[in-house]
Ligand binder design. Structure first.
Ligand code: ADP
Ligand code: MG
Length: 583
């Protein structure tokens, strides 16, 4: 019927029926994440979060789908560390939740901001132990391992949970936060106009807290009266992006610095005031050490033992409970790192240091001697066939050092220790490794998180055992076509490939893996560029081509089975070997 023939109605006009547009909790979750500025979500879908992931992608947020939740979590944590914004991990209920929780717990321990959002069963059913689908009291399981936990039972609570989780993850000492996203909340239907009223923009979502002036003055007094001052840089200083302030402090006041592993590059490892190779001397001979964003934990002998017993520690940390943990701190400065450094720099203005002139020069002399020894170590390994760790690192070192903007991800035992020692970093936040817990199984996830969050090229140097924990997620690198090169040091085992079983078993020793494994063929399965290298020149060509290509690449480096020792540099932490007791 055309408009001309349309009958006119002379009946009284009725109001148009109003069918309000309806949305679900999943829509609210996607919008809340978008609203708070989230750009990437890492996860692995399944019941009950699959549709939520589609909606998240529909909001223009990148959804990076993994093969294992732990790796998705490592990616989220790495984004948190590198950007200061919480990385987001999405998991399914029960085992997916638990797999992801390992990474969230690791993030909490390392002070990386991240949020794990996990699908969860109906709480009413879990609480009554009805045996519902994937039943687990996830909220209470997560709680002891995170900074804060929220449970959404109703869709209306989702934006508030997301915003508060964000604030909790980044505020004070950063860490992992958990949101239990129950199936009823995800599936709840609301009118869109009611849902849209739930969103708001949180004010000052990261609100830095300034230290008190008396603590700053005390720190400055101690620092300026030191004869042998030094600065110890931790990954908290790297995280807080204090690069220029630390540079000013070090250069203007001529203070040598010693970086912890993930603080390497905050100032150049080979700079004139770098005391990287003089760690023992700093511990024994310094009289004042300013600890900036590091913890005096097992990695620093708890601030005792080797350390000068007269040492005065100044400690800058956002977490008041970090002060005096293992050793009394002479001058705690509690507050946001940037504000603390601002306050210290302005209090130092016009003041003179009392350091012995010979202090810095003696460290520089020592560094020179150590560098010669170090170069000898590399040249001694140069022609070893099959290659040893140091043969391969001698090749990799100049290539990575001439590509300083490549982010280095590194895990293993000997592969971790030797790579950390071998490769100088010159840019901040370009090294991500096993960190505080010294864990294995962060490699592929961290490489993916680093590449996605920064858009930069990544090289992951992996022990063969370490790679095994996350190897399947090499396929994620390929699916997302990320500029990541994975270098596997294959010495055929955990620590090395020469373990001998104690008993007359024909099974491999507990430490033995497979020296003949062709990891490059794993890369072939997913369409990566792959190399199997046995000689230094082959490794050199492969790595240069890989970095230049900016394409997923896997390089299997054949090492000797006897390259590497048990537990790498921390063998002393092993309990003493079994003794045969003769009665
Ligand atoms: P490392 O392993 O390099 O020694 P740690 O992870 O042990 O470093 O220590 C990092 C420290 O930095 C933690 O104690 C943490 O509270 C602190 N920190 C993290 N972010 C900030 C910040 N924005 N301001 C001040 N301190 C921070
Ligand atoms: Mg190995």
């Amino acid at each position: 019927m055309n408009s001309q023939t349309k009958p006119t109605c002379n009946c009284q006009s009725k109001p148009e029926p109003h069918f309000p547009e309806q949305v679900t909790g999943m829509y609210i979750l996607a919008k809340a994440l978008k609203n708070v500025g989230i750009e990437n979500v890492y996860g692995l879908v399944g019941i009950p979060i699959t549709e939520a992931a589609y909606l998240i992608q529909g909001e223009g947020i990148r959804f990076v789908g993994f093969r294992h939740e732990q790796q998705a979590g490592m990616a989220a944590a790495t984004e948190g560390f590198l950007t200061g914004k919480p990385g987001i991990l999405m998991t399914v209920s029960s085992l997916g939740f638990l797999n992801g929780l390992t990474a969230t717990a690791n993030a909490t321990v390392n002070c990386y901001p991240m949020i794990q959002i996990s699908g969860a069963s109906d709480t009413a059913m879990v609480d009554m132990n009805m045996g519902t689908y994937e039943q687990l009291d996830q909220f209470n399981t997560a709680k002891p391992l995170v900074k804060a936990a929220f449970r959404c039972t109703y869709a209306k609570d989702i934006p508030s949970a997301v915003y508060r989780a964000y604030r909790a993850a980044v505020s004070g000492r950063p860490g992992g936060v958990y949101i239990d996203m129950t199936t009823p909340a995800l599936g709840e239907i609301m009118n869109r106009e009611d849902a849209d009223k739930l969103f708001y923009t949180p004010v000052d979502i990261y609100s830095p807290v300034a230290p008190n002036q008396a603590s700053v003055d005390r720190a400055v007094e101690i620092l300026t009266s030191a004869k042998h001052p030094a600065i110890l840089l931790g990954k908290g200083a790297a995280y807080a992006k204090t690069d220029n302030k630390i540079k000013t402090l070090v250069e203007k006041y001529n203070i040598p610095y010693l970086p912890m592993s993930m603080a390497k590059g905050l100032l150049p490892d080979d700079g004139p005031l770098s005391a990287l190779s003089c760690r023992s001397t700093i511990m024994e001979k310094a009289d004042v050490v300013m600890v900036i964003g590091a913890r005096l934990n097992w990695m620093l002998s708890f601030g005792k033992g080797k350390w000068n017993p007269e040492m005065k520690f100044i400690q800058l940390d956002v977490e008041p409970q970090e002060i005096d943990v293992n050793v009394p701190i002479a001058a705690p400065v509690v507050g946001d790192m940037n504000l603390s450094l601002d306050a210290i720099l302005s209090a130092l203005e016009g003041k003179k240091m009392s350091a012995d002139a010979a202090w810095v020069t003696s460290l520089q002399e020592e560094a020179k001697v150590k560098n010669v020894k170090f170069a000898a170590r590399i040249s001694e390994a140069k022609d070893m066939m099959p290659m040893h760790h140091w043969t391969a690192l001698g090749v990799i070192k100049p290539i990575l050092e001439s590509n300083p903007d490549v982010i280095l991800v590194n895990e293993g035992a000997n592969t971790l220790d030797d790579t950390r020692d071998a490769i100088n970093m010159s840019l901040p936040r370009h090294r991500v490794d096993c960190a505080t817990w010294a864990i294995m199984g962060m490699g592929m996830g961290s490489a993916i998180g680093a590449a996605v969050a920064t858009g930069k090229s990544v090289v992951a140097i992996e022990g063969d055992s370490a790679f095994g924990f996350s190897g399947m997620d090499f396929s994620t690198i390929c699916r997302f076509n990320l500029p990541v090169t994975v270098v596997i040091f294959n010495n055929g085992g955990i620590y090395n490939g020469i373990g001998e079983p104690l008993d007359k078993t024909t099974d491999p020793a507990p430490t033995t893996l497979d020296i003949r494994a062709r990891y490059d063929k794993l890369g072939d399965a997913f369409g990566a560029t792959t190399y199997y290298v046995q000689k230094p020149e082959e490794l050199s060509e492969a790595l240069k081509a890989a970095i230049a290509s900016k394409k997923p690449t896997l390089i299997d480096v054949q090492l000797a089975a006897d390259s590497g020792k048990e537990s790498g540099h921390i063998g002393y932490l092993n309990p003493a070997p079994l003794q045969t007791i003769v009665v």
